[in-house]
Design a protein around this ligand. Structure first.
Ligand code: NAD
Ligand code: MG
Length: 387
């Protein structure tokens, strides 16, 4: 029996993880689940999976959640500390699927208490990859990729020698607006950006997929997870979203990972620790699909991707600042205070400002990451107010 906790259990990744657990119930015991405002789904999941402890990140929902769970032997916590409390219950496997930088401290806490961590929350690797890796190493636990591209990378490099790897190609679907020109992107709304052609995901990652901020984060995540240098990572637009990553080797050979656009494939690969589990996913019918297309991304249409490569080059605290500025820009886009293309302008201006003040070159330590996160949000906010 494997003890499992899910940080961000009410989201798209969290619910997909519970779906897998529901198919193999006798193998898993659910220890803790966390959510935020959707306490109905949190309570329903906690009862269904007989969790020991639950937390809502939203303090004001504590009493309602407690009432929903009255009569059940389930401990209830709330607020940031409540989420950390759940993360601090040691488990064999913890899914880190809170969205955004809010996932950093809970993920780190899970590692600290000796739990293996499945990483959907890419933001924690972007902001604090070296800290996460140091903690995992110190505690002798695993960091397992869940992002589909990173799961794919782990699958194609498995059994290969690092020295024979020359490059990793990460694919990007191009998101909601891949067929639009840069001129068409002026004036697109949050609702339009929230519709992904191939994947069903939370709203924030869906919009980040349309701007390619998601791909920028993934490039940095790949560098951290697989110790790649900037020249070893390439991004190609692949509209079919079937090839998730390709490893290129020194002898000219390439290994591509093809999988259905269903996150349960990548989650299961982490959950079963690289063993394959029989999943009810749609078969990829290659003869029906016929063609797989790949093209270089137009960096003038996708300035976010260029910024991501700049961050790779810069290192230090650039990842933490980039992610925080991106989150602030996205909040403002969702509030109709910033245009779709304006998001990259704000992030670029924020990065230039922080770089000019030499604030990004420090060592990646937790206090510095938290401090630069706050500073980047505040600088980004100032730039938005000037518009
Ligand atoms: P989602 O919006 O569907 O779910 C987010 C979860 O985080 C919910 O459980 C929510 O309650 C919780 N949450 C939100 N704000 C919180 C806060 N301040 N404190 C604590 N908990 C909070 O998001 P998602 O699509 O499931 O994505 C989750 C993470 O996985 C993100 O980092 C995303 O980039 C990554 N990811 C998602 C997919 C996907 O297919 N959905 C694929 C790859 C990676
Ligand atoms: Mg991805």
């Amino acid at each position: 029996m494997k003890n499992i906790s899910i940080l961000g259990a009410t989201g798209s990744i969290g619910q997909n993880t519970l779906d897998l657990i529901s198919r193999d119930r006798q193998k898993f015991k659910v220890v803790g689940l966390t959510g935020a405002s959707n306490i109905e789904l949190l309570a329903e999941s906690a009862i269904k999976f007989k969790a020991d402890v639950v937390a809502t990140a939203n303090d004001s929902k504590f009493h309602d959640l407690k009432e929903m769970l009255s009569g059940h032997q389930i401990e209830v916590c709330a607020g940031k500390n409540g989420v950390l409390e759940v993360a601090s219950r040691q488990a064999d496997w913890v899914m880190s699927s809170i969205v955004g930088s809010a996932g950093l401290l809970p993920g780190l806490k899970a590692l600290e208490v000796g739990s293996n961590l499945a990483l959907a929350n890419k933001e924690s690797m972007v902001a604090a990859g070296p800290i996460m890796k140091r903690m995992a190493k110190a505690k002798g636990v695993k960091l397992m990729p869940v992002d589909s591209e990173h799961s794919a990378i782990s699958q194609v490099i498995r059994g290969e020698e690092r020295s024979s790897l020359s490059k990793i190609i990460i694919t990007a679907s191009g998101g909601a607006f891949r067929d639009l020109t840069k001129a068409d992107l002026i004036g697109v709304t949050p609702d339009q950006a929230s519709m992904h052609p191939n994947w069903t995901m939370g709203q924030r990652i869906t919009i980040d997929s349309a701007s390619l901020f998601n791909k920028a984060l993934e490039v940095i995540e790949a560098k951290e997870l697989f110790d790649l240098s900037i020249s070893e990572i390439e991004v190609l637009i692949h509209p079919q979203s079937l090839v998730h990553a390709i490893a290129c080797f020194c002898d000219g050979g390439m290994k591509a990972h093809i999988g259905p656009p269903d996150m349960r494939h990548a989650i299961a690969y982490a959950l079963y620790e690289e063993k394959r589990f029989n999943l009810p996913v749609d078969e990829v019918n290659l003869s029906e699909i016929g063609t797989l297309d790949f093209e270089k991304p137009d960096l003038s249409k996708y300035p976010a991707l260029r910024l991501g490569f700049d961050v790779l080059q810069q290192g230090g605290l650039a990842g933490a600042a980039f992610n925080a500025a991106k989150e602030e820009a996205l909040d403002n886009f969702l509030d109709y205070k910033l245009s779709f293309l304006g998001m990259a302008d704000i992030v670029r201006a924020t990065m230039e400002e922080l770089t000019s003040k030499n604030l990004l070159s420090s060592e990646v330590e937790l206090e510095a990451v938290i401090e630069i996160d706050l500073q980047a949000r505040s600088v980004a906010k100032t730039f938005v107010e000037k518009i």
